[in-house]
Design a binder for this molecule. Structure first.
Ligand SMILES: NC(=O)c1ccc[n+]([C@@H]2O[C@H](COP(=O)([O-])OP(=O)(O)OC[C@H]3O[C@@H](n4cnc5c(N)ncnc54)[C@H](O)[C@@H]3O)[C@@H](O)[C@H]2O)c1
Length: 261
């Protein structure tokens, strides 16, 4: 059998994807059910969850869940619902994040917006991952977790609530990878560039800063996400950050040389 023909074991692997109603989370959740993996599609928007499941290749493998992950009790409700529907989650993707608004700069962002950004990205990510890990450790099962961070974990975005939340997530990935490694639970980060998905309002002129010459799409992220999630393909990979940005992060004050003249 070829290495990539069966990246998951549908008899044993189950997934939970937050932010599955839109953009990158939606593309990853849809790709997982496409591989035969029973997957909880979790999001704050009921309409988005329904539409994402209806448009997936195998809707019968999708489990809808709707709630606000800024609230700890909603995170616990999601864990209970996932356990009830799947019997346990082996693959966790944390993609949910509140919208970014350019107006929320350092002097403008209010306390509620600051807290919600941290609550969904960092607090929910930590709580969900830790609780899922407890179940896997008790059951002696391997696991694979993937956090959607950002290039702005390391470079400013003019949105301090967002960049600090993502910087926290980047370290959380390393902390959890180190702590859970001996239990065969891998934890990695997926680092998108400028992806015209929904959370990022794309300015087409940005494409000139991207070596591959175009903005990304949510579906550009899904193949790498599944490769990193797969224990078969990435079984010896943990604590790593995979940048999927068309080369955007290579951009600096030097233009690329013109080679065709
Ligand atoms: N799009 C990009 O260019 C880009 C770049 C870097 C990082 N990222 C990260 O990738 C992830 C996905 O980005 P996207 O552009 O696909 O985002 P998106 O806005 O399209 O999707 C995010 C989803 O999260 C859901 N959500 C928001 N708040 C929630 C809450 N409180 N509880 C539950 N669900 C909630 C939204 O309803 C939405 O469906 C995010 O973590 C984002 O920070 C995106």
């Amino acid at each position: 059998m070829s290495l990539f023909s069966a990246p998951f074991d549908p008899a044993a692997d189950t997934a939970l994807v937050t932010g599955a109603g839109n953009g990158i989370g939606r593309a990853i959740a849809q790709a997982l059910v496409g591989e035969g993996v029973r997957t909880v599609f979790a999001d704050v928007s009921a309409e988005r969850v329904s539409a994402a499941i209806a448009a997936s290749a195998r809707p019968e493998l999708a489990v809808p869940w709707v709630g606000d992950l800024a609230k700890l009790e909603a995170c616990d409700a999601l864990l209970a619902a996932s356990r009830a529907a799947l019997g346990g989650v082996t693959h966790f993707v944390h993609s949910a994040s509140p919208p970014r608004r350019e107006a929320d700069h350092a002097l403008a962002v209010d306390r509620r917006t600051w807290q919600e950004m941290h609550a969904v990205n960092l607090d929910a990510g930590f709580h969900l991952a830790r609780e899922l890990a407890k179940g896997l450790i008790a059951a002696k099962r391997p696991g694979s977790f993937l956090f959607l961070t950002s290039l702005h974990a390391g470079t400013p975005r003019n949105l301090p609530h967002y960049s600090t939340a993502k910087a926290g997530m980047a370290m959380l990935v390393k902390e959890l990878a180190k702590s859970f490694g001996r239990h065969n639970i891998r934890v990695n980060a997926l680092v998108p560039g400028a992806i015209a998905a929904g959370g990022f309002v794309a300015d087409a002129s940005l494409a000139r800063h991207i070596p591959l010459g175009r903005l990304g799409e949510a579906n550009d992220l899904a193949p790498m996400a599944l490769s990193v999630l797969s224990n078969k393909i990435s079984g010896y990979v943990t604590g790593a950050a995979f940048v999927v940005d068309g080369g955007l992060s290579l951009t600096n004050w030097f233009e690329a040389p013109v080679l065709d003249e």
